[in-house]
Ligand binder design. Structure first.
Ligand code: NDP
Length: 452
């Protein structure tokens, strides 16, 4: 008789949890997974996937506007139907929920559709029933954080944006991170008047300074009213929507106010601390380099732990955990050259170090920058420009930072990230033949470093 009911009990059916459960079961482990909501977590239900679908929807507005420059006459002004987009999205998300269910069923994972609580390092309680497991993996993700602002109940968080009953004609976005910038761009593209309120002097705090400035400029050109160095004091509901009072006393009227003011790990009400699992001051589960918490049989991956809150990172961490618990344990996770994209219009794509971080880490660096209008916009009539930047470590000639603001930056940077992980030097970039005419070729044709 095995000592435990399961080899692995996973709490949370998002990206990291489902991947871990499925992979462990495929390696012969007896696995259960508890999830009290739809399968797929934030990414599938209220994050990456629906966000990207809505970003595509916004992209059509750009294409319609550009089409006359290419000889097209549109029979009538295109109209956007918010209710139809929502229905289309909901259908696709339901399909994906089913795909996740199928993956778990196919692998033989026992799915428990309920809230789970930790009792101790080897016991989980669900619906009053206890289950024991040799290993417990917490992969419960995160949730939006809303600061203590008077009347904050009149605002919404990103989860609600996908299903707003009516399309907001006037949208105010509070925050200047990934989510704030993406939603501002999407809703602007779909036709809303958008104001973005950021407390700092720039958006996208962790990104390269040139990228931040360039993006802010481009977002401004699309008609987003970007207000920096401003705090929200209060929200009040009026007959015509929500009245937002700012720190300088100004007021703004909105149909919807989105708080995109960061996310916090989902660790409350799960019995973690009572079971001895240490949390950091932000509520995240503290893990070691093998994703073990302070209770070694309890592990954590993804947004609930202290690392990078990105879906592909959670997936990779889950693979490392499963490999260690149920296979050879050779897989390693490297956080140094994790590429990422912000799906603003235009996109931001980035991999490696910002210029400032590279100077701090490597000392002397060479910087290559390029800014241009893409071929597409010679006839489209749009004034959108593209920005690219390389950061090169002088000592080794290695490209340690690669940044782009421009169409399809996410697609472009993904490929370059492979080269960067492999240690590509500037000489390797220079020796690579470009694909003409593309924007991406600019990354292999930048010859003159910036002065200084
Ligand atoms: P971020 O940490 O990126 O941004 C939070 C924003 O809220 C910052 O601009 C921050 O300001 C502001 N803020 C925080 N607290 C307050 C406050 N009290 N008052 C006013 N403003 C405040 O978080 P997000 O929620 O946008 O995204 C969370 C994470 O999710 C990201 O870091 C990213 O890893 C991931 N994500 C990834 C996406 C992708 O890959 N495309 C898309 C969406 C999310 P300040 O800059 O001053 O700190």
């Amino acid at each position: 008789m095995p000592q435990y009911d399961f080899d692995l009990f996973v709490i949370g059916g998002g990206s990291g949890g489902v991947r871990a459960a499925r992979m462990a079961a495929q390696r012969g482990a007896r696995v259960a997974l508890a999830e009290c909501a739809e399968l797929g977590g934030t990414c599938v239900n209220v994050g990456c996937i629906p966000k990207k679908l809505y970003s595509y929807a916004a992209g059509y507005a750009e294409s319609f506007a550009e089409a006359p420059g290419y000889g097209w006459t549109l029979p009538e002004a295109p109209r956007f139907d918010w209710q139809r987009l929502k229905a289309q999205r909901a259908q696709e998300i339901r399909r994906l929920n089913g795909v996740y269910q199928g993956l778990l069923d196919g692998a033989g994972v026992r799915l428990i559709p309920s809230w789970a609580e930790l009792v101790d390092g080897h016991t989980v309680q669900v619906d009053g029933q206890r289950h024991t497991a040799q290993h417990i993996l917490v992969a419960t993700g995160g949730m939006p954080f809303v600061p203590e602002v008077g009347g904050r109940e009149h605002g919404v968080v990103s989860d609600a944006m996908f299903d707003l009953p009516e399309f907001p004609r006037r949208l105010v976005v509070v925050g200047g991170g990934y989510i704030a910038c993406e939603f501002a761009s999407i809703f602007r593209g779909l036709g809303a008047e958008v104001t973005l309120l950021q407390r700092k002097a720039h958006v996208l705090d962790t990104f390269d300074e040139d990228v931040r400035h360039f993006l802010a400029q481009e977002m401004g050109k699309t008609g987003i009213d970007l207000r920096l160095n401003v705090q929200v004091e209060m929200l009040r509901r009026t007959g015509e929507g929500v009245l937002v009072t700012l720190s300088r006393g100004q007021q703004l009227a909105a149909d919807t106010v989105l708080f995109a003011t960061g996310r916090r790990p989902n660790t409350a009400g799960m019995g973690l601390e009572a079971a001895g699992v240490a949390l950091d001051e932000g509520g995240a589960i503290v893990v070691d380099d093998q994703y073990r918490s302070s209770v070694p049989s309890v592990l954590a991956v993804g947004d609930v732990s202290t690392r990078l809150p990105l879906t592909p990172v959670a997936l990779a961490e889950a693979m490392v955990v499963v490999d260690r618990l149920f296979a050879q344990g050779r897989r390693r996770m490297d956080y140094e050259y994790v590429p990422t994209a912000v799906f603003t219009h235009p996109n931001v794509g980035t991999c490696g170090y910002t210029e400032a971080a590279a100077r701090a880490r490597f000392g002397k660096v060479r910087i290559f920058c390029s800014e241009f209008k893409t071929l597409r916009h010679t006839l489209s009539g749009r004034s959108e420009r593209t920005f690219m930047k390389l950061v090169v470590d002088v000592k080794t000639d290695r490209v340690v930072g690669l940044h782009m603001v421009g169409a399809e930056a996410g697609e472009i940077v993904q490929g370059f990230a492979v080269a960067m992980r492999a240690g590509a030097t500037k000489a390797d970039f220079d020796g690579t033949i470009g694909i003409h005419p593309t924007s991406a070729e600019e990354f292999v044709t930048m010859r003159e470093p910036m002065p200084g």
